[in-house]
Design a binder for this molecule. Structure first.
Ligand SMILES: C[S@@+](CC[C@H](N)C(=O)[O-])C[C@H]1O[C@@H](n2cnc3c(N)ncnc32)[C@H](O)[C@@H]1O
Length: 315
């Protein structure tokens, strides 16, 4: 993985909205290759503390080597040298690791470039590889296991729910038919089966939604996001900022709803004439509509095309 291949998405927008100051404590829940984190470090300076989560050990190592290189370089001209805590864990464990309130929290969700580019990780049907799709290789559930051992109905439900694919039932039926002949072990084989089953009318490969669905299911992406957002919002100091960048509508919907929930004064049922909930509003939403990438950014970094950034401030 070369530095050139990795461009952090919505970088200047992220830094502006995190509203960082020297000495801040910041959590980057999705370290990836450290693109955003390296810039955060420059803003929070020597007295700052950056806490990062990453469930993919390979990415964690790459980011760590970048930190080592840049802190050594910067120590010479004394720019950074902030305390850095690297946590190899799912961000759903945020509040187990972070006990004190923090100034800012970032989530830049989804895949990193190596996940897409390395066929061995099994996320992409563009390059053939094993049907894996795990962010964390310590986990036992893989996409291969789902495709080859789950009941037809369960596969259909996963494709429908997480891929929003109306033709989920026929795809699941075909998968089950094919796996009886021979186990489906590779990304290319699965993509071929889906392509033979449904003809896509859009620009997208017909297997796009099926791959998205399996990846979300294997990594429990929506469930962990829900949990982590609750924890993150409750960890912010007053005026602390939360920035979330998502890449598909299912994630964005969760972020939008969660922010809305914590930004309301009352959660009583509408029929109640007088409020009885004592709900404590926690957030002020700073982005009524999500921030998206400019055409210039998308040209340089096509991955930014689907990015949506939402920002809120703690009260
Ligand atoms: C889009 S990339 C982040 C890129 C990063 N902002 C950068 O500029 O290098 C998302 C990263 O988050 C990690 N990730 C996704 N879900 C996670 C989770 N639930 N817990 C911890 N890390 C997660 C992925 O492994 C991936 O490396």
């Amino acid at each position: 993985m070369t530095e050139q291949m990795h461009i952090p998405v919505l970088l200047s927008e992220t830094l502006d909205h995190l509203n960082l100051k020297a000495g801040n404590t910041v959590v980057d829940c999705t370290l990836g290759l450290g693109g955003h984190s390296l810039e955060i470090l420059k803003k929070i300076g020597k007295s700052g503390h950056l806490i990062t989560f990453e469930q993919d050990e390979d990415n964690l190592k790459i980011a760590n080597s970048k930190f080592e290189a840049s802190t050594t370089a910067d120590r010479r001209n004394s720019k950074i040298g902030a305390q850095i805590t690297l946590i190899h864990d799912n961000f759903e464990t945020l509040s187990e690791h972070v006990k004190e309130p923090v100034d800012a929290i970032l989530f830049d969700l989804g895949l990193s470039s190596p996940h897409v580019d390395d066929p061995e990780r099994g996320f992409s049907f563009k390059n053939d590889g094993p049907l894996d799709m795990r962010f964390d290789k310590r986990q036992s559930l893989t996409a291969e296991k789902v495709v080859n051992s789950y009941k037809e109905k369960d596969i259909a439900d996963i494709i429908y729910e997480y891929g929003e694919e109306r033709r989920s039932r026929i795809i699941a039926r075909k998968i089950v038919e094919e796996r009886k002949k021979e186990p489906i072990k590779s990304t290319a084989r699965l993509a071929e089966i889906v392509k033979e089953t449904i003809r896509g009318k859009s620009r997208l490969h017909p297997a796009t939604c099926v791959f998205q669905a399996l990846r979300i299911y294997v990594n429990r992406e929506l469930e962990v996001l829900e949990k982590a957002l609750d924890q993150a919002i409750n960890l912010l100091k007053p005026k602390g900022r939360i920035v979330v960048i998502s890449y598909h509508s299912l994630e964005d919907r969760i972020v939008k709803r969660k922010f809305k929930y914590y930004a309301q004064d009352c959660i009583c049922p509408k029929e109640l004439p007088v409020c009885q909930c004592n709900f404590q509003k926690k957030l002020y939403i700073l982005t009524k509509r999500p921030i998206i990438s400019t055409d210039i950014e998308v040209k340089k970094n096509p991955r930014a095309r689907s990015a949506k950034m939402r920002v809120a401030e703690a009260l």
